[in-house]
Structure formats: C-alpha cells, structure tokens
Ligand binder design. Structure first.
Ligand code: NAP
Length: 279
C-alpha cells in the first residue's frame, strides 16, 4: 500500500460471499482515497486474537459478519445501538476498540430512501424472523416509535426472547397465521427464506392494506419472491441490497473520514455482481 493509506476488512467464516469489498473499494476509488478493503477469513477460535491485533495487522477497523457478531460486541466498547441489539457488525479504533451495529441504520435508511415517509402514521409492523437481523430490525422500529411489532418466527421461543429484550411493543405470533397482516403498514422478511436454495416465504400479501410497505433483507436473489409479489400488488418495497449498501456508509466514514454516497453506478455494480438486475 502507498504510505499513509488506510486499510479495513470484513472478518467472517466463511467470507468469500461478502459484497463489502466491492462496496468499499468502489468508494475508495470514487473519492480518490488511498486505502484498501480486504476479506479476512477467520475461524471462531482465532477471532479474539485477530481483533486484539487489528492495529498491528495494519487495519483501522473492520466489518464483522457471521458468526462473529456477538463476539465482536463482547471484545469491544459497544455504542448504545450495538449493546441494544446484542451484536456488533462494525469495529473501529479510537483509543480502544469501539463497535456499533450499522444494520439498524441500513434497514431504516433504505426504507427512508425507497419509501419516503413509510413510518408516518404507521402503528403496526410484522417482522418474520427472530435471529440476528431481526434484532436490528425490531430495535430500529422501536426507535421510530412503532407501537406494535408482531414477530412471527418458526421457533416461537426466539420471538418471545425478543419481547423480553425490547419490551411490550413486541408481540410474538405463531408461524402460519397470515391474519396478522390484515392491518400491517410494514412487513419485513428477516428470515433466510426466499434466499437462493431456500424455500420461499409464503405469505398472503392480499391481506395487506394498499399503503403497506414490504421489505426483504435477503439480496440473493435480488428480486426475492416476496418483493416480486409485493410489486405485483402495487405495494412499495425495499430490498436487501439497498440495506446492505446503506449499512456500509457509516463504517466507511469512520475508517476513511468521508461519508460516501450510494450512487446509481455503485448499485449497478452490485447488481451485476449479484448476477441479476433490479427486474
Ligand atoms: P439467523 O440469525 O440465522 O436467523 C435466521 C432466521 O430465519 C430465524 O428467525 C430462523 O427461524 C429463520 N428460518 C431459517 N430457516 C427457516 C425455515 N425453513 N422456516 C422458517 N424460518 C426459518 O440469520 P440472520 O443473521 O438474522 O439473517 C437473516 C437474513 O437476513 C439472511 O437472509 C441474511 O442474509 C439477511 N441479512 C441481510 C442484511 C442486509 O444488509 N441486507 C443484513 C443482515 C442479514 P428459527 O429461529 O426458527 O430458526
């Protein structure tokens, strides 16, 4: 690297599927910033040692992906957001090792961009899933003042755990009861269903009111069956690639000192990399 250049990375196990290098290296080039963003495949038993030596390895920070997000939280000084969600996906060095969870703003900012004023006068959201991503989604919805967040999860006890964590706005519901959609203003798929080589998330979108917005966190394929169904019904949608791009913004700003823009060119590059188009 050129002298003075900064480096960041994404740490995962596995990590070869990560699109973060494409995003951050695009921004580095776009803004003419001397730097590099790499993939680091690190097994769980070596993660703690890796992040303790982040600076010695030449990094100013890192993204953290599966399965390290909880460990990243416990090994760093988390901000309120990461602590509330219970997982960190972004690390940076600032005196010590600091962390945050940018999935929260990635989810919210993407909705703001795709469906302006989506949260105005909305009282009820339905979230499918209760895993790591659903934690970020539910926390984000609570910060926007949602009164009822129905969490539908195959394993009901995990939905109950979300209620214990976030409070009475969270209403666990049984899997397969599409009636919960009848008066929902927002539907979110935070399960792995609908991803390539996974079964579809089958929900009856016909029950949704016409002002409802549908968000899917999955981005492979880019146009998931849920997004396709919502578009066919004339509903506003927010896709997983948009969330991925928005969640990357803060990390780049922290590491490289510039708040980057999500340009049409970047989105097109990411779509091409996913091997599909917005459809
Ligand atoms: P996770 O912690 O493993 O949670 C997986 C969730 O999917 C759980 O709620 C699980 O239910 C549910 N699930 C899995 N198989 C199922 C099935 N056959 N039937 C019904 N439910 C099933 O995963 P995660 O980290 O939350 O990620 C969830 C999704 O969000 C993934 O597609 C991931 O790629 C995506 N994501 C996208 C972004 C982005 O920036 N776009 C960011 C984060 C995550 P149980 O509790 O019953 O197992």
């Amino acid at each position: 690297m050129t002298p003075g250049a900064r480096a960041a990375c994404v740490i995962g196990w596995p990590v070869k599927h990560s699109r973060s290098p494409l995003i951050h290296n695009y921004w580095l080039k776009h803004y003419g910033i001397a730097g590099e963003y790499r993939r680091e495949e690190v097994p769980p038993e070596k993660f703690a040692d890796f992040v303790k030596k982040l600076a010695a390895r030449g990094y100013v920070g890192a993204n953290v992906t599966v399965p390290h997000k909880e460990a990243a939280l416990s090994l760093s000084q988390p901000d309120d957001r990461a602590r509330a969600v219970g997982a960190a996906n972004t690390l940076w060095l600032d005196g010590g090792l600091r962390s945050t969870n940018t999935d929260v703003e990635g989810f919210l900012d993407n909705l703001d961009a795709c469906a302006p004023q989506w949260d105005r006068d909305l009282h009820k959201a339905v979230v499918f899933g209760a895993g790591g991503a659903a934690h970020a989604v539910v926390y984000g919805l609570i910060t926007r003042g949602f009164e009822r967040i129905v969490v539908v999860n195959r394993t009901r006890s995990r939905a109950e755990a979300l209620r214990e964590r976030f409070g009475k706005q969270v209403r666990p519901a049984d899997w397969g009861h599409d009636i919960v959609l009848a008066d929902a203003g927002l539907v979110v798929n935070a399960t792995t269903l609908g991803m390539e080589q996974q079964p579809d998330l089958t929900v009856d979108l016909g029950r949704l009111p016409s002002h409802a917005v549908v968000a899917d966190l999955a981005y492979v394929p880019l146009v998931t069956p849920l997004i396709r169904g919502a578009t066919a019904r004339g509903l506003r949608t927010a896709d997983g690639l948009g969330m991925l791009l928005h969640q990357a913004v803060r990390g780049f700003a922290l590491w490289f000192g510039k708040t980057p823009a999500i340009t049409a060119e970047l989105r097109a590059l990411a779509e091409a990399d996913l091997g599909t188009s917005a459809g």
